[in-house]
Design a protein around this ligand. Structure first.
Ligand code: ZN
Ligand code: ZN
Length: 272
């Protein structure tokens, strides 16, 4: 699997992003690739799980990041869902432009020290960080937190970010569980960023999900927008790289929700 990827030519282009001018109450999401997103309001720039790596050890990035790290605006807030190498990428974090605050699940703070953050905050599930009308809540997920062999104490989860009357949910890595109904009930996230890749072979579904289960999650949440992620960038599993978005499209048709699925193009800001 690794060798096949080594020989694959890397696709995709860095774009020089044209960031929109946002009005109060508008937000823009730019997919960087994999689980990485830039979330912008007119007074806030936040990143989810930023990773601009071309290599994760021997694992090759098969599609370029949608933009260069140098083209990021100054970052107020960095949200890190868990310590796995495809989500918590130290070389990327070290290079972020003046990152002020990093928020992450319990047991991860030591990894973030010395990377340039002004402040590091750890949350437990359902804990909320508030700052003015900004609310960041750590939500449960069905996954695991260990980065290496001896650090099973590290937490994991997803984030709901609420600001200016809008809300965005990044699920992190997760399998399907009944728990999403509770996230829907408590947080009613309007925009759901949901992973749809890394589900083959079947055992991976204990910690990840495919488009079929992600659609169930979307319904459980009661969200308005479904933005798929965690596919097409790193080959972490055995499904074909282009299968997750294709299958999601089919299922969206069958379920009559095509209008609600927004597949972002890496490096192109989408206004919501
Ligand atoms: Zn993970
Ligand atoms: Zn992952």
């Amino acid at each position: 699997m690794v060798w096949k990827t080594l020989l694959m030519r890397r696709t995709g282009q860095h774009k020089r992003p044209v960031f929109p001018t946002l009005k109060e109450g508008q937000l823009a999401l730019t997919w960087i690739g994999h689980a990485s997103f830039l979330l912008q309001f007119n007074d806030l720039n936040a990143l989810f799980d930023p990773n601009f790596a071309n290599w994760l050890f021997l694992l090759k990035r098969v599609k370029r990041a949608g933009m260069k790290i140098e083209d990021l605006p100054p970052i107020d807030l960095v949200l890190l869902t868990h310590a796995h190498f495809d989500h918590f990428h130290k070389p990327t974090l070290r290079k972020l432009p003046s990152p002020k605050l990093a928020v992450m699940p319990w047991g991860m703070g030591d990894l973030a020290r010395g990377l340039g953050f002004e402040r590091i905050i750890e949350l437990k599930w359902w804990e909320t960080l508030t700052h003015g009308d900004l609310r960041v809540t750590l939500t449960p997920s069905k996954h695991w937190g260990a980065r290496t062999l001896r650090d099973a104490h590290r937490g994991f989860g997803g984030f709901v970010v609420e600001h200016q009357g809008r809300s965005v949910y990044h699920a992190g890595d997760t399998a399907y569980s009944e728990g999403f109904k509770e996230i829907g009930k408590r947080c009613k996230p309007e925009i759901a960023l949901l992973p749809i890749g890394a589900y083959m072979p079947d055992e991976l579904r204990r910690v990840h999900m495919g488009p079929d289960e992600a659609i169930k999650v979307f319904k459980d949440l009661g969200s308005k927008w479904f933005v798929p992620m965690h596919y097409g960038t790193f080959r972490l599993s055995f499904e074909n790289m282009d299968e997750p978005p294709r299958w999601l499209n089919e299922l969206a048709h069958q379920n009559g929700i095509t209008r609600h699925v927004r597949m972002l193009v890496e490096g192109v800001p989408a206004i919501f």
